[in-house]
Design a protein around this ligand. Structure first.
Ligand code: PRP
Length: 238
């Protein structure tokens, strides 16, 4: 049968949209802007950039500055809190980000998760007071956590109904104060649990630092982004 049709070159549309938006909503075409998570991952990410051959002396000098241009590379580093790394990358004001899988699992979003950097290793675990039977009572178990989305997804997979209570820090307090039957939290060395008389009942998910990439940048700056990723991977091997 005779038929008509049309196609759209999505990459050209994205390119002209970015051009129209100027530099306010996107990054410059000749720059790769990377958002790094401040805090726990910061030191290891900077060490990785250094072993990948980048001059990070300005970052090492220690200041309250938040944006750094790495000399002679076209790479810019932005320091942000973990959840904000995702926000900046999703909105395209940063092309790439380094963020923990914990934040990715909790916040979600539209971006490519490209590389597991293998550091910042820890895990999400369900834990409670030593000897306590979390599932033993007649009432719906109460789980305290900084990560309600991760917790709900975990118990959904088990087809179990739980009540979650959001805690902002030191979640280990919740079962000790009898606010909750158990916690879902990050366990790294296990010291915090041990020193507070708590123990892991079950592992929920492994965590490590990941490289994420903005959806449009992945196409529009493909070569430059792949170059940065290759350099980071070479730094990992070195
Ligand atoms: C995290 C986590 C645990 C602790 C686990 O807290 O929430 O409390 O680290 O580490 P460990 O197994 O090596 O003892 P963080 O230090 O980030 O502080 P917070 O509790 O104030 O969020």
């Amino acid at each position: 049968m005779p038929a008509g049709g049309f196609g759209i070159d999505v990459e050209s549309v994205a390119e002209s949209l970015q051009g129209a938006a100027g530099t306010e909503t996107g990054t410059r075409r000749d720059t790769v802007r990377i958002a790094l998570t401040k805090g726990r991952l910061e030191k290891k990410t900077l060490a990785l950039l250094k072993s990948a051959g980048y001059d990070i002396s300005e970052l090492e000098a220690g200041s309250r500055k938040l944006i750094f241009a790495l000399p002679d590379t076209g790479v810019e580093i932005v320091l942000a809190k973990a959840a904000d790394v995702i926000t900046y990358v999703e909105h395209g004001v940063c092309d790439m980000g380094v963020v923990g899988k914990d934040t990715i699992m909790e916040k979600g979003g539209s971006f490519y998760e490209m590389v597991d950097l293998g550091f910042g290793k820890c895990r999400f675990a369900l834990a409670t007071k030593k000897g306590k039977d979390v599932y033993g009572g007649y009432q719906t178990p109460v789980i305290a956590t900084k990560y309600p989305a991760v917790t709900k997804a975990f118990f959904n997979r088990k087809n179990m109904d739980v009540e979650t209570i959001k805690i902002e820090g030191s979640v280990e307090l919740a079962p000790l104060l009898e606010l909750a039957d158990a916690i879902v939290d990050i366990v790294e060395t296990g010291t915090t649990l041990k020193e507070n008389g708590l123990e892991v009942i079950e592992d929920v998910a492994p965590i490590s630092a990941r490289v994420i990439v903005n959806l449009a940048s992945a196409k529009l700056k493909k070569a430059a982004i792949q170059k940065v990723i290759a350099e980071l991977e070479s730094g990992l091997e070195g």
